[in-house]
Design a protein around this ligand. Structure first.
Ligand code: SF4
Length: 240
């Protein structure tokens, strides 16, 4: 265990935890759009900037990537931090003016308009949560971030339906701005990404007749586990 101070509060934390982990465990608010406890931190949105004191000077660091250490002194709220966060939110507001999450966060962080003008409005903020969940949690790597600079975007290989995607919808579940959406219509699951739409046939429950999960996802689970395929004949509600 290490002892550190966040906003004047002395706290104990596990070695290896990040400042953001410790702040969250202790109900200290630090905004973030790209962190999730199930995936490796990435430091994409940089909203979680905080100040750490080092050799008498205060340095801005990304709290989701910064491991705590004995005696660390952290400030999560200062004029400098607030200014940096406001600039990030102004950029995000220019990119995704229609996103509810961005709208809520700009209000919370005291931004009412943006000086930046972008013609090309997007929903994706390039947080890469979808990419990390697909790779690290689902184990599929069906999507990635491609290109550089202003052309950077999340995409399936060749921008077409991905052969490896199993239609699980985990990417849509973690997407903070609903840039990826999942919808079940009759016997079909539709995954809509910014530049690609994919369709998956849903399995019908033998008992209730409801369509309940993509067949491709169930095949993937069967292959990865020792479960008998018959287990998936029925939906979770109709299993014994
Ligand atoms: S729906 Fe496809 S791209 Fe999204 S997490 Fe599942 S496998 Fe990956």
């Amino acid at each position: 265990m290490v002892t550190l101070t966040i906003d004047g509060q002395q706290l104990q934390a596990e070695q290896g935890a990040t400042i953001l982990d410790v702040a969250r465990d202790n109900n200290i608010y630090i905004p973030s759009l790209c962190s999730h406890e199930e995936v490796t931190p990435y430091g994409a949105c940089r909203l979680c900037l905080v100040e750490v004191a080092e050799n008498g000077r205060e340095r801005l660091v990304t709290s989701c990537l910064y491991p705590v250490e004995e005696g660390l002194v952290v400030k999560t709220d200062s004029e400098r931090i607030a200014n940096n966060r406001r600039t990030i939110m102004e950029l995000l507001l220019a990119r995704c003016p229609d996103s509810e999450v961005i709208q809520d966060l700009v209000k919370r962080l005291g931004v009412d308009k943006t000086p930046f003008k972008l013609e090309d409005h997007q929903k994706c903020i390039l947080c890469a949560l979808c990419v990390r969940v697909c790779e690290e949690v689902v184990g599929v790597s069906a999507i990635s971030l491609v290109n550089r600079g202003v052309s950077r975007e999340m995409a399936t290989p060749f921008y077409g339906p991905s052969e490896t995607c199993i239609g699980c919808g985990s990417c849509a579940y973690v997407c903070p701005t609903e840039a990826i959406r999942v919808e079940d219509v009759g016997d079909t699951r539709i995954i809509s990404m910014p530049n690609c739409k994919m369709e998956f046939k849903l399995k019908k429950c033998k008992t209730c007749g409801n369509y309940w999960a993509p067949e491709k996802q169930l095949d993937y689970i069967i292959k990865k586990s020792d479960l008998a395929p018959e287990i998936f004949d029925n939906c979770p509600n109709c299993r014994d």
